[in-house]
Write a protein that binds this ligand. Structure first.
Ligand code: DCM
Ligand code: MG
Ligand code: MG
Length: 252
């Protein structure tokens, strides 16, 4: 696999799994309502523990994990769908007097990163399409252009790339769909189901989705780590989802 020219020059040491809940989807110019980061080392992902040492089928969730979860008053109305799937509402944020995406959130994020061994890679499912550009847009509202020396990688892209590299979609114990010519589904929920045969808990809460993402990642950790070493890109190259004072903006 060829390394992208701006991928990390040495192996990633820390994977920070990220999920954001927000007021809606583009083009509604969403605002973040919940941010969750779980930092897991390469070592922990490459050397999982198992409850059943003999079958080695289901890796235990990593024990040494730094966690940061923050609720953030979006100061923008949730779309009905976003409110319904997340269980979040503007009224509850007001009643609980939560703060907006302010300088304290930035300090929490940078202090969290400061405790991790570099190179650091942010990992999110559909991160390139949603979480990374949205975080970039919110940071820009604080006058922050980027996060130095932080890489990012999208598990949605990675899983698709790994499957197309193997030409045959990965065969999962419970997934027979490909054998019948049906298209494999790559949503976080569907991937979790394919691996674990049950649907994940706490979907559409930032922390619940990060836990689900890590469990999915653990099932193909060695391949995903290798792909990310070659294909992670600097967070600073991500375009913002929108610019605060522009009506329309594009992002990559
Ligand atoms: N979202 C939405 N409608 C959907 C799916 C997601 O408005 N059908 C928005 C609200 C969620 C955010 O995207 O807070 C992040 O999605 P997820 O919970 O999948 O991480
Ligand atoms: Mg998400
Ligand atoms: Mg989520």
């Amino acid at each position: 696999m060829c390394a992208a020219s701006d991928s990390p020059s040495r192996p990633i040491e820390t994977f920070i799994f990220l999920d954001l809940e927000a007021t809606g989807l583009p083009p509604s110019r969403p605002k973040i309502a919940e941010l969750c980061l779980f930092a897991v080392t390469r070592h922990a992902l490459e050397n999982p523990q198992y409850s059943d040492l003999y079958s080695k089928q289901i890796p235990l969730f990593p024990r040494l994990v730094d966690k940061l979860c923050v609720c953030i008053d979006p100061r923008k109305p949730f779309t009905p769908t976003a409110s319904s799937i997340t269980g979040l509402s503007n009224e509850e944020f007001s009643r609980n007097k939560r703060q907006s995406f302010n300088i304290h959130v930035l300090h929490m994020i940078t202090a969290f990163f400061g405790r991790q061994c570099p190179p650091i890679c942010l990992v999110a499912h559909n991160g390139s399409g949603y979480d990374f550009p949205l975080l970039k847009a919110e940071l820009a509202t604080l006058g922050i252009a980027g996060l130095d020396e932080i890489y990012c990688a999208d598990t949605l892209r990675a899983m698709k790339a790994l499957d197309s590299k193997n030409s045959q979609p990965h065969q999962y114990p419970c997934q027979q769909a490909s054998q019948f010519g049906r298209k494999k589904k790559y949503s976080l929920c569907d991937l979790y189901y394919q691996f674990y045969k049950v649907y994940p808990q706490n979907s559409h809460s930032a922390e619940g989705d990060v836990v689900t993402l890590i469990r999915v990642f653990q099932q193909r950790a060695l391949d995903l780590i290798c792909w990310m070493d070659s294909n992670a890109r600097p967070f600073n190259t991500v375009g913002a989802m929108y610019k605060e004072n522009e009506r329309y903006a594009s992002y990559s």
